[in-house]
Design a protein around this ligand. Sequence first.
Ligand code: TXA
Ligand code: MG
Length: 333
Amino acid sequence: MRTERLGVDAESIARAAEILRSGGLVAFPTETVYGLGARADDGQAVRAIFEAKGRPAGNPLIAHVGDLEAARELAAEWPAAAELLGQAFWPGPLTLIVKRRRDRIADEVAAGGATVGIRVPAHPVARALIQAAGVPIAAPSANRSTGISPTTADHVAKSLDGRIQAIVDGGTTARGIESTIVDVSHVSHISRSLASILRPGALPAASIAALVPLRAQEGIVVAVGQRAPSPGTHARHYAPRARVALVRPESVRDEVARAAGQGARVGAIERGERTVAGAEVLPDEPMGYAAALYAALHRLEDAGCDVIIIAAVPEAPDWDAIRDRLRRASAET
Ligand code: TXA
Ligand code: MG
C-alpha cells in the first residue's frame, strides 16, 4: 500500500477525514505524540490499527473526541470526578478511563473490556480531523508496538510507511510525551474508591490531585506476564532496538567508554551539559526534556547504536512521566 503524505491545509484535512470515514488508517499529530487513527465505531477499521502496529488484541485504545459532551456520550457512567477533570483539562493531555456504553464504539477499541479511555486532544489538526470525520477516532501512538513513540511525521513513516493509508504532517508535537491516564471508572460517592493514575504523562499528577483525591501509587510499572491495570503499562515499552542503560549522570562518561571498549556502537543522552563528545544533550527541566526525549532516542536508533547510556533524571514528582518512560525503555524484557 502507498502511504499518502498530507499537509494541514483544509483540502488535506478533508482528504484525511474521507479516508477515516471510509475505514482507513490515518496518522495525525496531537499535542502529545502522533496518533494512528481509525473510526472508533467500525470494528474492522479498528482491527486494522492492531494489525498495522503489531499490537496485541488485548491492549485497548483511546477514543479521541471533540469535546466534553461527545466524551459523556461514550460513557455508561460519568462520575463527578470525570466532569471535574474534563472541565479543567480538556482539550489537553488527559485520558479518562470510564465505564463504557456498548452501542457507540466497537468492542475492539475497549479490547472487550467494560471501560473505555477517552481523550479530547488540544492540537488544532487533531481537532479539525475529529470534527471533519464526525465520529470518535480510536488512536494509539503511531508506532509499531513496543517501539519509540513518534513526535514527527518522519518518525511515523519510519515504522508505518506502507502499512497505513496516510500521514498528516503537522510538524513536531509540542509536549513530546503521552497523555496522563486517570482511571475514574470505580469512583463514586458510594464506592469511596479513589481515582488512580494508570500512566503518568504530560499532565502532572499534582494538577489532578488538586481537584480529585488520588490513590497513592508508587511504581505502577508491572512485569511482563503479570496482568497490568492498564495493559500498555507492561515494563518493556517505549523501547528502542538498542540496549538502554540508565546510569548516574556522573557515570555516563565511564559507562560510554566501557561499552565502547567492548566494541559496541554507543550513544548517550545527558541533561543540561555535555560530558561525552557526541552525546545528545536535553534540557535540564521536565517540560523541555519530555519534548525532546523521543526524538533523541529515534536519532540514536537511526544511527545504529547497540547501546544507549542515559543519565538518570531527578526523583522529583515533576519528572515522574519521564522516569516512567526511561525505566520502560531500559527494562530487560
Ligand atoms: O497521548 C496519548 O495518550 C497518545 C495520543 C495519540 O493520544 N495515545 C497513546 O495511546 O499513547 P497508546 O495506545 O499508545 O497508549 C494508551 C494506553 C495503553 O497503555 C492502553 O493499555 C491504555 O492506554 N488504555 C486504553 N484504554 C484503556 C482502558 N479502557 N483501561 C485501561 N487502560 C487503557
Ligand atoms: Mg503507545
